[in-house]
Design a binder for this molecule. Structure first.
Ligand code: NAD
Length: 488
């Protein structure tokens, strides 16, 4: 049974509404996720507010001891968590292991908070006057997660919020609550004090209650662009800090001097890994020159035909299902829109899948993609390789920068000069050079720009200190008479 975790206690939701959680490989209903209420969110916020009073003054070196314990518990339960991710999300076991591994890395980095959150001190900013700045926790923070990384994404935020001395309320995606149920069992085992880390399940009612709650100081969000914008606008207009990471449309450019076999393999994996349900998934592969385009096309089509779909628990399977029938229908409709707009089908991943249980699509490869097409503008979030051709790096950069999204982009080349020009001129905030997925590393900051990110301060890395703390500056003058302390 899916329960809230509030003030160190597992609570059954009073909500009458719930959402069925499916195994997307079979369609089997695994559980029902309660769609919690604003009242339950308030209960969690009040618990977190009370816990903050003592947690904030618990020395950082003591706070991180809970994270060392949690790291070990996560390692001990690594395979069980990976299987849960595959079960409720559908990605392959290898991909699920990557999901939890990156999450654990966030916990490891949070263990360094005593060093990371140190402030500044400067003597004699004026004669006899010193100045110090300390980074202080602020109170209760909310975290809202998407479905596509059931383990990793919540870890992008709450360990940093909590290690810096704040308390948190997490709302996992209602489509994949099981992974966080297991992780919260481990959070409980690690012994975090009551109320420091809370979890409330639900959908938009819980999100809206979090973004408007007077005792929530800030909100960290990841999800689709329309909801990211809504969360950012609502939270900031209610006086909160907000960082909202949204959707994407990621372009991959192949120059004629690239190692084409490696470029094709890397682009293919980027687009179809996790069945395309990654915010860093490549989407449009733009080859410069007809010869480059022809070679990339041959290599990608070959790979698409080799893809083995099925349950992610089967080691022979290379691609799992999409999250839901609705997601599958949406991707199929986008493929059809591209064909209607004049794209040519090289491999049709819609064929031979409808008789399977679950929500499978095979890889689709379309060529002749042009900037005006709907599929060239919208996030696909499915295994669809879009092939396009261009005459120069400059026109590729113009295309990339005309997109309303700016999450990530990749260049395949052996030219340092081209790589430098590309990194310098493109809008997206995460750049891959001969890398298909410039993955979020815990010790670097992460987040896109334009419609892929709403906010000023990005996730994890050094940015986490800026987001989760307030800098307090004290200017001090203590006089120059050294004898004032002597006991005469
Ligand atoms: P989503 O926007 O549907 O849901 C995200 C969260 O918002 C969920 O917790 C959900 O309960 C809540 N929500 C949904 N609709 C809402 C509404 N109308 N009002 C208030 N809250 C609402 O996103 P998703 O389908 O779970 O995740 C996929 C999306 O997330 C993709 O667009 C993907 O690109 C994006 N994503 C982005 C990043 C990134 O780093 N930029 C990372 C992962 C996923």
């Amino acid at each position: 049974m899916i329960k809230h975790y509030i003030n160190g206690t597992w609570l059954t939701s009073e909500s009458k509404e719930s959402l069925a959680v499916h195994n997307p490989a079979t369609g089997e209903v695994l559980a029902h996720c309660p769609l919690g209420t604003a009242k339950e969110l308030d209960q969690a916020v009040q618990a977190a507010k009370i816990a903050f009073k003592t947690w904030r003054s618990t020395p950082a070196v003591d706070r991180v001891q809970y994270f060392f314990k949690l790291k070990n518990l996560l390692e001990e339960n690594f395979e069980e968590i990976s299987k849960l991710i595959t079960l409720e999300h559908g990605k392959t076991l290898a991909e699920a292991r990557g999901d939890i591994r990156r999450g654990i890395q966030m916990v490891e980095t949070a263990c360094g908070i005593p060093t990371l959150m140190m402030g500044d001190h400067f003597e004699d900013i004026a004669p006899g006057i010193d100045c110090k700045a300390v980074n202080r926790p602020m109170g209760v923070f909310g975290v809202i997660a998407p479905f596509n990384f059931p383990a990793m994404v919540p870890f992008w935020f709450w360990p940093f919020g909590v290690a810096t001395g704040n308390t948190v309320v997490l709302k996992p995606s209602e489509r994949v609550p099981l992974t966080q149920m297991k992780i919260f069992e481990l959070i409980e085992k690690a012994g975090f004090p009551k109320g420091v880390v809370n979890m409330v399940h639900g959908g938009k009612d819980v999100v809206n209650a979090m973004c408007t709650h007077p005792d929530v100081k800030g909100v960290s969000f990841v999800g689709s662009t329309p909801v990211a914008k809504h969360v950012y606008v609502t939270s900031t207009s209610h006086g909160k800090r907000a960082q909202a990471l949204g959707g994407a449309k990621n372009f991959m450019v192949v120059l004629p001097d690239a190692q084409l076999d490696k470029a094709a393999a890397t682009a293919y994996e980027s687009i179809t890994g996790c069945a395309g349900e990654r915010c860093l998934a490549g989407s449009v592969v733009v080859s410069v020159g007809a010869d480059t385009a022809k070679k990339i096309e041959e290599l990608v089509v070959m790979r698409a035909k080799e893809t083995v779909i099925g349950s992610g628990l089967d080691s022979k399977v290379t691609m799992g299902p999409l999250i839901s029938q609705a997601a599958k229908d949406r991707v199929k409709a986008l493929i059809q829109s591209a064909i209607d707009d004049g794209a040519k089908v090289l491999v049709d991943g819609r064929e031979g899948v409808d008789q399977l249980p679950g929500y499978f699509l095979k890889t689709t490869v379309l060529k002749g993609i042009l900037p005006h097409m709907k599929i060239a503008k919208e996030e696909v979030f499915g295994p669809v390789v879009l092939l396009a051709e261009s005459d120069s790096l400059d026109s590729c950069i113009s295309w990339i920068n005309s997109s309303s999204f700016a999450n990530t982009t990749t260049l395949f080349t052996t030219s340092g000069a081209a790589a430098r020009k590309f990194s310098y001129e493109v809008d997206p905030s995460m750049i891959g050079i001969n890398i298909g997925v410039p993955a979020p590393m815990s010790f670097f900051s992460f987040g896109g720009s334009k419609d892929s990110f709403f906010g000023d301060v990005k996730a994890h890395g050094n940015a986490c200190i800026t987001f989760y703390t307030d800098t307090k500056v004290t200017v001090e003058r203590w006089g120059s008479d050294a004898n004032i302390w002597s006991q005469k």
